[in-house]
Design a protein around this ligand. Structure first.
Ligand code: 1CP
Length: 357
């Protein structure tokens, strides 16, 4: 299909500057899961349409993506979708159950892995590309638009467990009992993820984030076998494929939640930005990575948004001082919770923008 790549001029490039190591006029700020459930207007929308209906319809996905931008002076938009659209496109049923989250009624078995193929999977996800293209035009250059994906290990976890889990022990069992099948599954997912990100960038994503939300269930040894090599392939192969298609590179963000045990290794994977979760002290990570050219993103505890404003101001400003203004993108240390006070997001954005850098 033909893609309208005649995009409006970008007016706010703070995030892209920070990702490249340049100093923007103000610290850039956005919020993981900003287009979601804590917004009353999203909850109203959800009464009318089911979750995947919104994802699959570019007008709906675009409308929801723009909702937080209408309220707050955020420095980026993130396309409305979910990490589980990939298992879905691989033919695995995914339901979004209100109050529960994603449910995959028929989890994958080790025997079924050999039947999976990455061929033609991304074609089924073209609706995400169309939503990105429409949204980038509708944004009219106001802020850059994030594309995103789940990381191979995190997606594998949902596919094996059949949904979220407290321990991910069923998925981890594969790493010890079925390592060949585990690698085969991670390989198919990596192939799909690479093509999926390239497709999102072709349709207009100006920066992309890889969510490895379940990194916290592994350790350094397991992650160096089942996490890092695949994440490296993603950063390398996305850039190779962009080059072949004559498309410009975009900054890539890796958010390995709970991956404190291998931050130095993450910084060597070829991503411009590392997301830092709320368990990590800013000064600890800055010191650890002082000789690496990498931008950090994070890491306000999402529950700090419930604090009284006077306290919240202290938490935010302390974080900004501790990270320093160079190579820094302000965000939460994980996604915003559904009952987070909407005014606290506005307060966060304003406090960051009023901060003298
Ligand atoms: O919220 C937004 O800004 C919109 C885009 C978005 C993103 C970036 C959604 C919509 N989901 C995601 C990413 C996502 N989805 C992640 C990575 C980020 C993270 O760690 O928080 C993960 C792990 C998921 C899986 C998922 N989808 C969960 C978590 C389940 C668990 O506990 O393991 C849940 C609850 C969902 C559903 C979902 N996704 C998005 C929304 C708005 C919702 C709520 C569903 C609804 O409206 O009924």
């Amino acid at each position: 299909m033909s893609i309208n790549r005649d995009f409006p001029l970008l007016k706010n490039d703070r995030i892209l500057k920070a990702a490249r190591g340049e100093i923007p006029d103000k610290l850039p700020v956005w919020v993981m899961r900003q287009a979601g459930r804590y917004l009353p207007e999203f909850q109203e929308y959800r009464k009318k349409y089911n979750f995947f209906e919104i994802c699959q319809n570019p007008e709906h996905a675009c409308a929801v993506t723009l909702m937080p931008l209408e309220r707050f002076e955020l420095d980026a938009a993130i396309i409305f979708s979910d990490i589980l659209v990939i298992p879905q496109a691989l033919g695995i049923e995914v339901e979004m159950v209100a109050g529960v989250g994603p449910v995959l009624p028929h989890p994958i078995t080790p025997e079924a892995v050999s039947k999976l193929s990455s061929n033609h999977v991304v074609e089924k996800l073209e609706y995400v590309g169309k939503a990105i293209n429409l949204t980038r035009h509708k944004l009219n250059g106001r802020v850059p638009l994030f594309g995103f994906t789940g990381a191979p290990w995190t997606l594998m976890g949902y596919m094996i467990e059949g949904g979220g889990s407290k321990t991910y022990s069923k998925a981890k069992k594969w790493l010890y009992a079925y390592p060949e099948e585990a690698h085969a599954l991670l390989n198919v997912l990596t192939e799909v993820i690479v093509d999926y990100l390239v497709m999102q960038i072709e349709f207009g994503a100006q920066i992309v984030q890889v969510f490895d939300s379940n990194a916290e269930y592994l350790n350094k040894k397991l992650y160096s076998i089942y996490g890092l090599p695949y994440l490296k392939r993603i950063s390398v192969e996305v850039r190779e494929k962009l080059k072949l298609k004559n498309l410009e590179e975009v900054p890539m963000v890796l958010f390995a939640k709970g991956g404190w045990y291998c931050l130095e290794e993450q910084a060597e994977l070829g991503y411009e930005v590392l997301g830092i979760d709320w368990t990590i002290e800013p000064q600890f990570v800055r010191k650890l990575l002082h000789n690496k050219k990498i931008t950090l993103q994070g890491n306000l505890d999402p529950t700090a948004l419930y604090a009284p404003k006077s306290d919240l101001k202290v938490y935010i400003e302390r974080m900004l001082e501790e990270f320093g203004s160079e190579r820094y993108i302000v965000n939460l240390g994980h996604g915003i919770y559904p009952d987070a006070p909407v005014e606290s997001v506005e307060f966060l954005v304003d406090t960051v923008h009023n901060f003298q850098i």
